[in-house]
Design a protein. Sequence first.
Length: 503
Amino acid sequence: MSTAAPPADWRRLDPRTVLVTALVVAGVVAGAAIPVTLGLTRWFGLPAAVLQVLAGAVLVIGAAAGADRVRWHRTRYRVGEERVELHTGLLLVKRRSLARTRIRTVDLTANLMLRLLGLVTVRIGTGEQGHDSTLELDPVTRTEGERLRRLLLEHTAPPGIHREGELAVLDPRWIRYAPVSFVAPMLGGAAVGAVLQVSDWVGAQGEVIEWVGDRFRETPLLWVIIALVLAALVAGVVGALGLWIEMWWNYRLEREPGGTLRVRRGLFTSRSISVEEARLRGVDLVEPLGVRLVGAARLDAITTGLAKDHEAKNADHNTLLPAAPRTRADAVAADVLRETATPTGAALTPHPRAARGRRVRWSLAAVLGPVLVLTVLGALLTPVLLWIALGCTVVLVPVAVALALDAYRGLGHALSGRYLVTRSGTVRRSTAALERAGVIGWTVRQSVFQRRAGLLSITATTAAGGGAYTAYDTDASEGLTFAAEAVPGLLEPFLERVEHTGP
């Protein structure tokens, strides 16, 4: 096969991609080799099974490396004055290109193997939906990746009070917030499921359950449940700490000349994510319940044209700062927005007490509904369900009321300079500071029950971030005034129409 260089100004991927593919496939094959070998020994004996597995491994690795060699040979790219082009394919050549004026993201990612070889995967995107909005160069040298990132994100810095260079850097003490996140119990449950699944694969699930039963044979059931839950939580905490270290080690947030915010992070898999300040429309201070109880918060960017494909969603592309002390998050928000004082720390207008009653009723309904079902079934089937219903009532009703009151205390909205601010939530509290110039419309919702209570929910729609930011259950007149003052001229025609058609 010819290895002639591509035409002038066209470039190829790094040829070591073939080695990377071979090593990755070899790792996968090695992981599958043991169970496959054990399975084949039932029919062919151990020596024959080992030879067959080795032959199959060589065949699979060779086929994968050969296919990637063809991909490398038939892939080329170039950066022109107006477009970035990528050609690939053997029989059916795919020619894709992106206009440079539409490019919004140039992200660099490298797993441990790529880092050892000095390579990166470059993702160039417009931030729009669909596969055609992203070009992926996998892999190129780190030097080439940095060149492409600088070349494609060259812009003039916007005016305003700002500080270039380092805005935030990892403080190892932030790791203490990992165990109080929702990741810990999720990983604990996943660990229990993994043990049961693996034991089932090897036909030993019964033995595992029996072994656990033998350890707690003389222990009351309640203490058995508590012990197993604690064991799962310990496993979840260990997993959360490991995941945090992998994701956020070497973290650094900096502003580069030209008006680009850059987040770099990762222990084994390094990630470099760039956000143009021209696309920044605000920030979202996120406080999950556990993190908020220890006085911390996470900072996300509200931007237009943010990548929305599957890989981007799994990479936390919009996170500018991991869970950190709330004061530090506010300070970083001010630096990111080029403000002397962060709008996320502005004093908010509280919502009427009627909003508190609505949240208490919703929470009680969510708890008492299942309790009522258990009560009916207990009366018809077995008294055990009645005891379960009673236990749920005693435990869950106070929790539901506490969460409802906390959700009410979290409600608020305000105008702070160039930004409108909304806050809501309890399990996941969000304080969003959205640039008023980024609001493209308002949605006003008022149910029958809200109308009776004199409340309404008003939503600012935008092309950035989640697309909608809502002030829930505001006083009806206060909410409309808030929207009218936030973006003068956008809501007034509708307010005037309501006044003219009123009684």
